[in-house]
Design a protein around this ligand. Sequence first.
Ligand SMILES: Nc1c(NC[C@H](O)[C@H](O)[C@H](O)CO)[nH]c(=O)[nH]c1=O
Ligand SMILES: CC(=O)[C@@H](O)COP(=O)(O)O
Length: 191
Amino acid sequence: MATVNKNLSDYDKNSVPNAKDFRFGIVVAEWNDTITEGLFKGAIDALLENQVPAQHIIRWNVPGSFELIYGSKKMLQTQNVDAVIAIGCVIQGQTKHFDFVCEGVTQGIKDLNVQTDIPVIFCVLTDNTMQQSIDRSGGIHGNKGTEAAIAAIKMAYIRQQASLSHQIDNQHLLSSGAIQIEEGKPLELKE
Ligand SMILES: Nc1c(NC[C@H](O)[C@H](O)[C@H](O)CO)[nH]c(=O)[nH]c1=O
Ligand SMILES: CC(=O)[C@@H](O)COP(=O)(O)O
């Protein structure tokens, strides 16, 4: 389904977990800042609307979308966050640079999701024209920042639940007679 058939700001509020205990990092590219500021507003409004305290949100700026990769990596490595939202706007120019920036930031953020335990949400517009970006950052097609914030809440919840279920599994195994093997400690075999 193309964006023209789905407003980016529409979401089922009943499907969104309460996010009052989650903490979010938002990394914002300064290139096309009239657009990225609009995306940031959409994201912030959606987080606050879903009970995220303002003090649970940290924002860093980076020069351009390509730097979202490094900025998001350092955000999740150094800040206590449950998800990171990477906000950028890449608009086709006269050369192939658009292709390389878009591919690079896409692959880089994908890699962060594979290699780290913190979800990084891809809130990067990759548009042919400025008008397309305007339409998707609070215009006629809604706001991709809103979409990204809801995705961030849902992924933070999935991460939390996955961690809890892992702990439950461990407890279940231990209570059913499994033994916890501790490095460097001789294995005591039960009689
Ligand atoms: N043309 C756009 C860029 N280009 C800059 C790169 O993202 C990067 O900052 C530079 O190559 C230095 O590493 N960035 C955008 O976010 N949007 C553009 O349209
Ligand atoms: C995505 C870009 O880097 C691009 O907007 C830069 O414009 P140009 O391709 O004309 O150098």
